[in-house]
Write a protein that binds this ligand. Structure first.
Ligand SMILES: Cc1cc2nc3c(=O)[nH]c(=O)nc-3n(C[C@H](O)[C@H](O)[C@H](O)COP(=O)(O)OP(=O)(O)OC[C@H]3O[C@@H](n4cnc5c(N)ncnc54)[C@H](O)[C@@H]3O)c2cc1C
Length: 299
């Protein structure tokens, strides 16, 4: 005689935030066990997004390929690839080769992850504020707070997570230009107001992400604190005309921002876990936040 197996309810998982980290975690958790009941809340619309291209390294792509070949194949079809870094200073270009990078538009990355979540059966709720994490924690087995750099979950449970947030003094703006650079490009411009830096990379056959950064006093001395998005894009395009071949820059709800380093003493509290920018940030000069959020989901 066989003993009936005890009935187990499917694991219930709540994901707060539909950025790359939350979406990819939801897809991977569902793929591991299709019986899981996984819901994701995103306060923005399906196609609202900021930023331009996102970069993933060969190392991250290896993890993605291993975890879910379907997402990997979809990304492969979109990628633009390069392996050199050019550093330009006082008219000299220092080139370092052999670094494998691949990039695509953030919007396209989110579309691929939306499709994968939908086909696996994750419940995606757009334009919907997530219930507070404490409420979700009482009704779900696991709560993933992938709610970004300003994480409401982290703030609501600051005693448990122990966040330390440092707002830095440099100002930066995310812009784009309508041609593909052939390398990661770092330009250091010594202007009459002080040093300004460009950090740029391609993300489509006809587009590159361009980040301009400088110390706060340089930003104020140059009058960029009084410039709107359009004026900022025009001023930056002028400073970095050589790198851009004289082409214009454009924004996408872009504004001057101070980078915030987020560190937490703990990344989990009971059955709630922080993921991506909510848990940690890394300055874009040492690795894109998207890559780190995706790696958190893989982990
Ligand atoms: C202006 C800007 C531009 C950027 N551009 C680039 C870029 O071009 N390339 C790059 O690699 N990185 C870029 N980054 C960094 C990158 O966006 C992050 O590192 C990365 O998106 C982190 O992923 P995430 O999933 O952790 O968080 P996010 O992508 O920030 O996603 C968090 C999501 O949670 C949602 N959310 C928060 N609270 C709630 C709630 N209570 N209910 C429902 N939804 C909620 C938010 O709407 C958001 O969509 C940019 C960052 C900024 C601020």
């Amino acid at each position: 005689m066989t003993t009936p197996r005890p009935h187990r309810n499917p694991l219930r998982i709540a994901v707060i935030g539909g950025g790359p980290g939350g979406l990819y975690a939801a897809a991977l958790l569902k793929r591991l066990d299709p019986t899981r009941d996984i819901s994701l809340w995103e306060r923005n619309a399906r196609d609202d997004t900021f930023g331009f291209g996102v970069v993933l390294s060969d190392e991250t792509l290896g993890g993605i390929e291993h975890a879910d070949p379907i997402v990997h194949r979809a990304l492969q079809d979109e990628f633009i690839r390069w392996d050199t870094i050019d550093i330009v200073h006082r008219g000299h270009t220092l080139t370092s080769g052999g670094h494998g990078f691949a990039a695509l538009g953030r919007r396209r990355l989110l579309e691929i992850l939306h499709q994968r979540c939908t086909s696996l059966g994750v419940h995606l709720r757009f334009r919907t504020e997530a219930p507070p994490a404490a409420e979700l924690a009482a009704t779900h087995d696991l709560v993933i707070a992938a709610d970004g750099v300003h994480s409401p979950t982290r703030a609501a449970h600051a005693d448990a997570f122990g966040p330390r947030i440092t707002t830095h003094r440099c100002r930066y703006i995310w812009l784009a230009t309508d041609f593909a650079l052939d390398a990661f490009r770092f330009d250091i411009a010594e202007t009459e107001h002080g040093v300004m830096q460009l950090h740029a990379y391609p993300y489509a056959p006809d587009a590159s992400t361009v980040i301009v950064e400088m110390r706060e006093e340089v930003w104020r001395a140059a009058g960029l604190d009084e410039c709107d998005e359009q004026q900022s894009a025009e001023r930056c395009a002028k400073v970095f005309a050589d790198a851009l071949g004289g082409r214009p820059l454009r924004g996408n709800n872009s504004s001057w921002t101070a980078f915030r380093t987020v560190v937490n003493d703990h990344w989990s509290h009971g059955n709630t876990v922080l993921l991506g920018d909510a848990a940690h940030t890394a300055h874009f000069s040492i690795g894109s936040g998207t890559k780190l959020a995706v790696e958190d989901a893989l982990a």
